[in-house]
Design a protein around this ligand. Sequence first.
Ligand SMILES: Cc1cc2nc3c(=O)[nH]c(=O)nc-3n(C[C@H](O)[C@H](O)[C@H](O)COP(=O)(O)OP(=O)(O)OC[C@H]3O[C@@H](n4cnc5c(N)ncnc54)[C@H](O)[C@@H]3O)c2cc1C
Length: 496
Amino acid sequence: MESEKIRRVVIAGGGTAGWMTAAALGKLIGKNLEITLVESDAIGTVGVGEATIPTLHVFHQLLGLKESEVMAATNATFKLGINFENWRVPGEDYLHSFGFLGKDCWACGFQHFWLKGLQRGIDYQIGDYCREHLAAREQRFAVLPDQDRNHAYHLDATLYAKFLRKFAESHGVRRVEGKIGNVKLSPSNGFIEALQLDSGMTIEGDLFIDCTGFRSLLIEGALHTGYDDWTHWLPCDRAMAVQTESTGSPVPFTRAIAHESGWQWRIPLQTRVGNGLVYCSRYLDDEGARELLLENIEGELLNEPRIIPFRTGTRRKHWNKNCVAVGLSSGFIEPMESTSIHLIQRNIVRLMQLFPSSGIVQPDIDEYNSQAMEEMEHIRDFIILHYHVTERTDSKFWRYCRSMQIPDSLAHRIQMFKESGVIFKLPQELFGESSWMQVMFGQGLMPQRYHPIVDLMGDEELATFLGNIRRNVRHQVENMPDHRQFIDHYCKSKLA
Ligand SMILES: Cc1cc2nc3c(=O)[nH]c(=O)nc-3n(C[C@H](O)[C@H](O)[C@H](O)COP(=O)(O)OP(=O)(O)OC[C@H]3O[C@@H](n4cnc5c(N)ncnc54)[C@H](O)[C@@H]3O)c2cc1C
């Protein structure tokens, strides 16, 4: 393995992944580096990826960015969760909020108290025990002084990349516009030596970050790293995206509406709505998808619907030789839980933690790849859960999802929950107990029993315990302003 010092970093691609990488490296470890980003105006970016999850705060904090400024510059609204409509059965919905549900005791999760409450006739939704859940339902929002950052954003992906570009350039990142025509490899060790542009320019580097999106020009095109295809578990393979004018106040949650052969997103920004249909080409053709999408949107179209083919899965190694893939080039898990930007951020942070300043060594690469794979597999399982645990039998698509084989890791979680109501989170995992709980209950799973330790609480004490949590949640939410009002006051878009 090479062990030369890393001084020249070349980022190929200027979408969300490229500019997030450039901003972070430039600001945080760029002092002794020469960072160049190459992007092609003619090729452009994928142009979607507008719903995020709360971890993005950490990224902005690292960069020293002010929330209200990022939001105003990106036409952003707040997001408290995702409303899943028609997933268990048509006509029913549930919310997966970012908040924490109820209260834990040392021995068992809140779901056990809630389950016993149900059995005793204390018949409230599990979301009534969660501030973010209730605030989303009532379309209220506030940033509270004591609040853990349990909110995320809906933002304009193009404006976000533009914002980060300005930031990265102000921290010394050099941008080169042009189309990469060839990737030059070292004949001795197969490492990438340089990118050759169609203009004739050559950009040499020590470390290359592949942010070329689905094209994966470096990690796959040049290094042939290989891809694990997860389409048998996540069969949707196309999306159709279109933007519409807003027809009302933006809601503080993403809508994920299931249809016969896939599902539709609605992402409200301050002045427009991002819409899209994620579908499975085995069961729905593009013409049918277009009709379905256009029948199910509100507001005037702002552009023509665009098809985006994809293949769910992961690159076998996210770091190979002197190339690290960040963004869509590293793999893609469909956008249902808005996890891609989070994975970009995780790959960037991991790269900084393992940055090969004094040379590339195999143990760093192995550690990086093993952590990245573990994270992807955890998210994959969580997404499969939504498709597999359903009572829908109304189409070939849903019958396939219900009956397909699922990964052993997910089968184990479902089995444990069914038998004893237990949910667990391992340290590297993104989704916590509250997330699994909301989706498992929402998709129709019910445990056979609650944890016996709950019986140490008498019925009256349990009623008081649950009642106090509900009252406290309601009190906090009643004191929040309307979501739109809060935005207008806090981070009004420059486009509004
Ligand atoms: C349908 C869909 C919906 C999504 N929704 C969400 C969501 O809600 N939330 C979320 O977190 N994520 C979402 N994602 C994922 C998200 O869009 C991406 O993770 C994010 O946009 C990053 O993309 P990227 O930068 O890797 O690729 P891209 O945006 O495709 O950027 C690739 C860059 O590489 C450049 N490039 C390519 N080839 C060349 C070349 N030959 N020469 C020079 N430059 C080149 C391009 O010009 C561009 O700058 C979604 C993805 C899809 C497909």
